[in-house]
Ligand binder design. Structure first.
Ligand SMILES: [Zn+2]
Length: 412
């Protein structure tokens, strides 16, 4: 089959995932369905998977049965032969037929088991994974050892280890205890300062926007004092950790802290969207307007609720024109084709966002976002038509304060 991209060392980076999402979002549809499988590979997963498969086979249309089994064979062979014991999950996309496709990702984080058969790949769970785990640098510091770790999608991708040079203990005639202690303090300061320099280099090279510090309280406080301002601004959490703690336990605890931070950031995005809608700043909400904004390239960021279940819309299989709404037109308004298909609207929206390489914020448990229709977009600028409408609505009242983006649009 055409493509089989698995990261060589089994560790998927955010950049890899971004690239794979683009491939999936731009995959040309064919007559054959795409089988999407998400697998939680922790022990005992077979039973749940078998039940899921039984339900999928039962629900398949007669013409989809054979293409499904062909694609499933390929997926099954991947799960059997190419997964390692360390992998906690996998996402696999397969299509049989004359335009075959195969893409498999080994994941270091478990994902909820699901198997689906559709005209396109189901990518929302991957997008949610990327948004939830993303990437950050973790620095674990004691007075004698420092480890700088890059954590990507919940797994360690890079490690740099440094140990303070040995202190020669010359207590007695040459050094008094007091001398020794003061010497040690100075050396520790120097050592941690050097380590922060290393951290600075790592963060600059990787472009990571988030930092978690872990370690012994005294070392942590010294490191915090030594952080340059731009690193202090990226610090999202401090985690007490003793010298005896295993690295994987520290990483796990830091992942949990990162999740909390990410959830707060998501809610802040919803607030921004709410404010923008309320004040007439460039933003839209609801499925039809969001889809339109994404497809026309006006969207800067998509904010989408995990709980958002909009049901179906339609898409033209010839020109890919798509719209929300359960009533399908007889012909495509763009190209006149009659080959219109029902589509999962949530997937349609995230496909459009991934294709446009638009920032995507997934949000869980936000009533405010659900009140806005479960989905919305912050816009780069207000499309001309909307701008005119807004201007008419506000004319004469003087309350309209056009933002920079609107100004740009108006100047055209
Ligand atoms: Zn069309």
């Amino acid at each position: 089959m055409k493509s089989n991209r698995v990261c060589a060392n089994g560790t998927l980076t955010v950049e890899d995932l971004q690239a794979q999402l683009f491939i999936l979002a731009t995959l040309e549809p064919s007559r054959m369905p795409v089988v999407t499988g998400y697998f939680d590979l922790r022990p005992g997963y077979r039973k749940e998977l078998d039940e899921t498969l039984r339900a999928v086979r039962k629900g398949l249309a007669a013409e989809a049965a054979e293409p499904f089994e062909q694609a499933w064979l390929r997926i099954q062979s991947f799960l059997r032969t190419e997964m390692s014991g360390q992998d906690k999950g996998a996402a696999v996309f397969a299509r049989a037929g004359d335009r075959p496709f195969f893409l498999a990702l080994r994941l270091q984080t478990p994902v909820a088991v699901s198997v689906s058969v559709d005209s396109r790949a189901r990518i929302f769970p991957l997008i949610e994974l990327k948004d939830t785990y993303h990437q950050y640098a973790l620095m674990v510091a004691t007075e004698t050892d420092v480890e700088i770790v890059e954590v990507s999608l919940g797994a360690v991708t890079e490690r740099v280890w440094k140990t303070r040079p040995d202190l020669r203990r010359r207590v007695g005639r040459e050094w008094t205890q007091r001398h020794y202690r003061s010497h040690r303090r100075e050396r520790t300061h120097q050592f941690l300062k050097e380590a922060v320099k290393g951290l600075r280099g790592t963060m600059l090279a990787s472009g990571y926007q988030h930092l978690v510090l872990a370690g012994e309280p005294r070392a942590l406080s010294l490191v915090k004092k030594a952080l340059p301002r731009f690193l202090a601004a990226r610090l999202i959490a401090c985690l007490p950790a003793s010298r005896e703690m295993e690295l994987h336990a520290v990483v796990e605890a830091s992942v949990a802290l990162f999740h909390e931070h990410e959830a707060r950031e998501s809610l802040a995005k919803v607030e921004r969207l709410e404010r923008a809608i309320g004040t007439g700043s460039p933003a839209v909400c609801g499925a039809p307007a969001s889809l339109a904004a994404l497809r026309t390239g006006h969207a800067e960021a998509l904010v989408i609720a995990r709980e958002f279940e909009p049901g179906t819309g339609w898409r033209c299989t010839l020109c890919n024109e798509a719209a929300a709404g359960s009533v399908r037109p007889a012909v495509c308004p763009r190209c006149g084709s009659v080959t219109l298909a029902d589509v999962d609207l949530k997937e349609e929206i995230v496909h459009a966002a991934a294709k446009a390489r638009c920032e995507i914020e997934t949000v869980a448990g936000s009533d405010a976002l659900m009140r806005l229709g479960g989905v919305g977009c912050l816009l780069r600028f207000r499309p001309a038509e909307q701008y005119a409408k807004a201007r008419r609505a506000w004319s004469g009242e003087g309350a309209w304060r056009p933002g920079e983006a609107i100004g740009r649009q108006a100047a055209r």
